[in-house]
Design a protein around this ligand. Structure first.
Ligand code: IPE
Ligand code: MG
Length: 230
């Protein structure tokens, strides 16, 4: 989700106005994803690097996260949304931690849509934390580090138990990954859209899915026979 600040600036409004509008786009997107049959959706809400923004903007973003969880949790649960928060929880304030735990606990049996919210998330930080867990486990169990497998690493990440993303969408015309799912996105398709995040809606999501459908995924191999024009 990128472009809230530019969307606001284009309207002569403060950045916080863009972030607020961005939450509306989140609501629309979660609804649309469910309707379009998407089973797993991750929203990159706040990165480990976003703490470097001015304190008032950080406050705005944290406030919106709080508001989203408190206001929308009941409706999300009613719609069968299972919420998981990805990211580093160390150092988060007790009220945010409490909200995260409530959201995950209350929604954990839902199965219609798995919604990950990446909050205080960075792909490198996630991999570092996973390595620490694995290193401690291997040391404690006296195991040979050469036995570490890709599956084991995947299962030590915040997305344990979830499939890798098929499609990564970034709005606002920026063409980079910005520390998002570095491990999981190894074979993802990428779609970069010109629209600013507050303008993102079902029709932009559909455009991204159409683009995804036109791609041929080979995972380092050759096209499947059914994809080859005879
Ligand atoms: C995305 O918009 C907001 C977050 C998810 C933190 P930005 O705040 O990055 O907006 P621009 O890039 O300045 O336009
Ligand atoms: Mg940005």
């Amino acid at each position: 989700m990128d472009g809230n600040g530019r969307w606001a600036a284009a309207r002569g409004r403060p950045r916080g106005f863009g972030h607020k509008a961005g939450v509306e786009a989140v609501r629309k997107t979660v609804r649309a994803a469910g309707e379009l049959g998407i089973r797993h959706l991750t929203l990159y809400a706040f990165s480990s690097e976003n703490w470097s923004r001015p304190p008032s903007e950080v406050r705005d973003l944290l406030g919106l996260m709080r508001l989203f969880i408190t206001r929308d949790l009941a409706e999300l649960c009613a719609n069968g949304v299972c919420i998981r928060i990805l990211g580093n929880r160390e150092g988060l304030s007790p009220d945010i931690l409490g909200l995260i735990e409530t959201a995950e606990t209350k929604s954990r049996h839902n199965t219609a849509l798995n919604l990950n919210i990446a909050f205080n998330y960075g792909g490198r930080d996630e991999i570092c934390r996973a390595f620490a867990v694995l290193a401690a486990r291997y040391a404690a169990e006296g195991r040979d580090p050469n036995d570490i497998s890709e599956v084991e690493i995947s299962e030590a990440l915040d997305t344990a138990g979830q499939p890798d993303p098929d499609l990564v969408i970034r709005t606002s015309g920026e063409i980079r990954l910005s520390n998002f799912m570095l491990w999981q996105a190894a074979y993802s398709e990428f779609v970069f859209l010109p629209c600013m995040w507050p303008d993102f809606d079902r029709s932009w999501l559909q455009k991204a899915l159409d683009e995804y459908s036109s791609r041929s995924r080979r995972y380092g191999g050759v096209p499947a026979a059914k994809d080859v024009a005879l």
